[in-house]
Ligand binder design. Sequence first.
Ligand code: HEC
Length: 117
Amino acid sequence: MKTLPAFILAAAFVSPLAQAQTGLLFKGADLALGEKLIAEHKCTACHARKVGGDGSAMYKPKGKVNTAGLLRGMVDYCSTELNMGLFPEEVTAVAAVLDRDHYRFESKPAARPEPKR
Ligand code: HEC
């Protein structure tokens, strides 16, 4: 089995802390920006070439990318590898859209009500 790059794993360890401080990782992410970036960078077109269909089979919520932190780490990794040069908030925005549309780590409708503070 292939192992994940260390910095993705690091992100998975760091993110629960970040989540504890700020709530959900993708809360407040700019979804419109994320959608625009996904279209601009032809993410789906390349994935579709690899897995066929509309490319969404590439996103495997039960695969090795199985937490919000790992998802964001994977987008960061792709951005770096493919020289997309995304800013951190853009990486978060892209990951948030993938979460909303495919992974649903944080976007489970009605499953997790906002904690009252
Ligand atoms: C040039 C082709 C290509 C482009 C462009 C591309 N990807 Fe990928 N992506 C891949 C391949 C190949 C994999 C599978 C890697 C693996 O499983 O080791 C992958 C895997 C992923 C995964 C992990 C899926 C999972 O659940 O295991 C995510 C998330 C992802 N890509 C996001 C993106 C995003 C977001 C973009 C655009 C900003 C993007 N990719 C652009 C080729 C591409």
